[in-house]
Every structure is written in structure tokens, then in C-alpha cells.
Design a protein around this ligand. Structure first.
Ligand SMILES: NC(=O)C1=CN([C@@H]2O[C@H](COP(=O)(O)OP(=O)(O)OC[C@H]3O[C@@H](n4cnc5c(N)ncnc54)[C@H](O)[C@@H]3O)[C@@H](O)[C@H]2O)C=CC1
Ligand SMILES: N[C@@H](CCC(=O)N[C@@H](CSC=O)C(=O)NCC(=O)O)C(=O)O
Ligand SMILES: [Zn+2]
Ligand SMILES: [Zn+2]
Length: 396
């Protein structure tokens, strides 16, 4: 079929909306009409050329929702008309990873999705004037129609608003799951969150629901603090203390952040600032930026003996983490998480239900709504004041 998609022809060159041919789904594949997609920082990362798996030309995008248009041979779990969320982290339920009970990673299609092709024939289903266009993360949602592996499709409630639940394809589950599945934060814990984008704020939300007693938000952009204030204007109080801005207990019932620290306001290293604020360090920290220096700070602000730091942010090709091994010898633990440890096909529908029951937030993370034609503006917005998630309407 002919449709429209945003093509990334080269790293950092503006995306171009073009007529694209999308081939029919082959065995074990599903063609989806994408209705809404959001932009995640990881799309910008790959577009920047810093992703070692980044291939061009490609169709980016991985946080979306849509409707099944057609299915290939052997596909039994979804049918045309089903509402779905494409999942960049597959779940086949049969591979060594899926059966391990120890991870949400799945090995079935990862080798193909990492090189931008479909598993069956190692080819792309996208082309422009005969030129193949690589897939991205097995999802490629910046297209009005995409083809994905059946193990990468979560079927969701037909009543769920697709313009909202598209966010459950990446950022919000990643933050919630980092707390609930990877760190397993206990009630009463002190938590630090580095980076208050969508992922970091979802960490804060998850920590609040897990019963954390203090949630310290760290960001170099004080506008991010304002987002929390704007989202809950009637309940938010902010002191003018230069060093640490304390929100009152009522706002902590909302997004979750109880204290804000801007490293730029301090002469000391940020890990020292946090250790001093917390009588020796936090129980759990989360790096939600992708900056290896901050990853080190996030580990080193953890309490001796038990503090655990979770790396969520994605760092560029060639970047490496470091710390004194003594930090680990003395009981700190370094972990990482992909999609918050959630098993995608099994648990994304459950997250949608939690949203429908108002048990988790989604709407609050959507700060902008644009169309596919405005995708370059949407990428620009990611660097501007007050942007968390921008949702694109794909068909206008
Ligand atoms: N592990 C996983 O499964 C996933 C990882 N990610 C990664 O998580 C990270 C966050 O994603 P988003 O929330 O979409 O990004 P974002 O760009 O919206 O948020 C990042 C935040 O970090 C802040 N920041 C930047 N440098 C800082 C510094 N030195 N100290 C303190 N704050 C700083 C920014 O002001 C911004 O508020 C990205 O690296 C993304 O690629 C995203 C989704 C899933
Ligand atoms: N190709 C990238 C990999 C970046 C990465 O770690 N991706 C995360 C999801 S980020 C979503 O916004 C992930 O799930 N990783 C596990 C995986 O199997 O890819 C690079 O090499 O940097
Ligand atoms: Zn993402
Ligand atoms: Zn598997």
C-alpha cells in the first residue's frame, strides 16, 4: 500500500514526509494503522547519529497506538480491527529469555530489529521509489502504516483512548517499572531521580505509589520543576529556598516529587549534596538522562551498605560508566532497566487497564499535540520549555 511516513534519510537532517510503500505482512507479521505516536528522547538519540545501531534511511518512532489492518500467515493473537500498542521489547513466551522468569528481554526477533529488518527474510517492508527504508526498534511508528512482528504487538481495550495510551509504548511504563520491577522500592524509602523528563517523572510517580517517604528530583532545567507546578496548580507550593525547593506534602500526593535540586545551584558535586541532604545517601536512585557522569553521581549518592542505583537513560556510542570499585565493595548496587522490566505483550494491556481505572497517570505527561506533517517542529519542542511528550495525530 502507499502511505505517508517521516523518513530520516541521514543523521540530523530534517525528517521528510514522503509517500512510502508498505508491503503486506508476511508470516508472523502484523500491519498496523498508526493513529497516534509520541516522540521519545531515544528517537532523537538515534536520529542524532550517536546510536551504534542507528541505520539510515529509516523510519523512527516507537511510542504509539493504532489498529490492526491485516495479519500474515500464522498470526493468531490479533486480527484486523484490534486496537494495539506496538512494543519495541518483544515477548515471544518461548525463547530462553522469556522462559527464564528473570528478565523481560526477548531473544526471538532482537537480532533482526537491531539491523532494521524483518526476521522472516531479513528485508524491510518499507520502500520509497524502490529504495528500501530500514525499520527502527521493530516498530517504526512515524508512518501511517507499519509492519511489526506478531511477538511485538500488545492487544488493548477497545475503549482506551489511543491518543493517550500511545504513551504506554515506552516512557511511562519505563519509569514506573524501573521502580516497581527493577529496583522494587519499599515503603519508606528515600529516592533520588536524576532527569525530570517523562521517564524521570514516571519514576517519581512509581516511587510515590510504592510508598517512598522522600523523592528528590534532580534536573538542570528549572522549567521541569514548573511543569509539576503547572500540572497541579491548586495543590503545589514551592519555597524560594535557593538550595533545595521543598514542595509541600500535598503535591507529593500527585506527581510524587517532594524536593527539587538543581546541580547548577551548588558548588559541591551533586552526589555530595544529596548525601548531605539524606544522612548518608538515598536508598534508591534512578538516572533518567543518558549522561555517564550523572550515572556515576547517581550511584555515589546511594547509601553505603544497601543503596541501589538504576540506569534508565541511554548513553551514546563510545560512552562508558566508571566509579571506584570501592563503591560496590561497600554495598552499593548498580542495575539497569529496559522498558522498566515489563513483559510487553502481557503487561502493556494491564497498564492500559490501570490507566482506565485512573490508577496511573498518562494525560499529565502530554504537553503538546501536533500532526505528522509537523514532526520536525515536535523534535524542536523536545528542547524547549515545558515539553514532556508531544503526541502526533497521524491521519488528518
Ligand atoms: N531504558 C529504557 O528502556 C528507556 C530509556 N529511555 C532513555 O531515558 C532517558 C530519558 O528519556 P526522556 O524522559 O524521554 O528524556 P527527556 O529529554 O525528556 O528528559 C531528560 C531530562 O534530563 C534533564 N537533564 C539533562 N542533563 C542533565 C544533567 N546533567 N543533570 C540533571 N538533569 C539533566 C533534562 O533537563 C530533562 O528534563 C533518555 O536517555 C532515553 O533515551 C527512554 C525510554 C526507555
Ligand atoms: N541501540 C541502542 C539501544 C538503546 C537502548 O538501550 N534501548 C532501550 C530502550 S530505549 C527506549 O526508548 C532498550 O530497551 N534496550 C534493550 C534492547 O534490547 O535494545 C544502543 O545501542 O545504544
Ligand atoms: Zn522510548
Ligand atoms: Zn522471547
Amino acid at each position: 500500500m502507499a502511505t505517508q511516513a517521516a523518513i530520516a534519510w541521514e543523521a540530523n537532517k530534517p525528517l521528510s514526509i514522503e509517500d512510502v510503500q508498505v508491503a503486506p505482512p508476511q508470516a508472523g507479521e502484523v500491519r498496523i494503522q498508526i493513529l497516534f505516536t509520541a516522540l521519545c528522547h531515544t528517537d532523537a538519540y538515534t536520529w542524532s547519529g550517536k546510536d551504534p545501531e542507528g541505520l539510515f534511511p529509516c523510519i523512527l518512532g516507537h511510542e504509539a497506538a493504532g489498529i490492526v489492518e491485516s495479519v500474515g500467515k500464522g498470526v493468531t493473537e490479533v486480527k484486523p480491527g484490534d486496537h494495539v500498542i506496538p512494543c519495541y521489547q518483544a515477548e515471544c513466551r518461548e525463547c530462553k529469555f522469556c522462559k527464564s522468569g528473570k528478565t523481560n528481554l526477548c531473544g526471538k526477533v532482537r537480532a533482526a530489529t537491531g539491523v532494521g529488518v524483518m526476521m522472516t527474510d531479513r528485508k524491510s517492508r518499507f520502500s520509497v521509489n524502490g529504495t528500501p527504508i530500514y525499520h527502527f526498534m521493530g516498530t517504526s511508528t512515524f508512518s501511517q502504516y507499519t509492519v511489526v512482528h506478531d511477538v511485538s504487538v500488545a492487544k488493548i481495550d477497545l475503549n482506551a483512548p489511543l491518543e493517550k495510551v500511545c504513551l504506554l509504548g515506552c516512557g511511562v511504563p519505563t519509569g514506573l517499572g524501573a521502580v516497581w520491577n527493577t529496583a522494587k522500592v519499599e515503603p519508606g524509602s528515600i529516592v533520588a531521580v536524576f532527569g525530570l523528563g517523562t521517564v524521570g517523572l514516571a519514576v517519581a510517580e512509581g516511587a510515590k505509589s510504592a510508598g517512598a517517604s522522600r523523592i528528590i528530583g534532580v534536573d538542570i532545567d528549572s522549567n521541569k520543576f514548573d511543569i509539576v507546578e503547572r500540572a497541579f496548580p491548586s495543590v503545589f507550593l514551592l519555597t524560594s529556598d535557593k538550595d533545595v525547593c521543598l514542595a509541600d506534602n500535598v503535591s507529593a500526593k500527585n506527581f510524587g516529587v517532594t524536593e527539587f535540586v538543581n546541580p547548577k545551584d551548588h558548588d559541591k558535586p551533586i552526589q555530595q549534596v544529596i548525601v548531605d541532604l539524606t544522612d548518608g545517601g538515598v536508598d534508591y536512585s534512578f538516572e533518567c538522562i543518558g549522561n555517564v557522569s550523572v550515572m556515576r553521581a547517581a550511584l555515589e549518592c546511594c547509601h553505603k551498605g544497601w543503596g541501589t542505583s538504576v540506569i534508565v537513560g541511554v548513553a551514546a556510542s563510545g560512552q562508558e560508566i566508571s566509579t571506584r570499585p570501592f563503591q560496590l565493595v561497600t554495598g552499593r548496587v548498580w542495575k539497569g532497566t529496559a522498558f522498566g522490566g515489563f513483559k510487553s505483550r502481557s503487561q502493556v494491556p494491564w497498564l492500559v487497564e490501570k490507566y482506565m481505572k485512573k490508577e496511573i497517570k498518562v494525560d499529565e505527561y502530554i504537553t503538546h499535540n501536533l500532526t505528522l506533517a509537523e514532526i520536525n517542529k515536535a523534535f524542536d519542542l523536545m528542547h524547549e520549555r515545558g515539553c514532556l511528550r508531544c503526541v502526533l495525530k497521524m491521519h488528518t
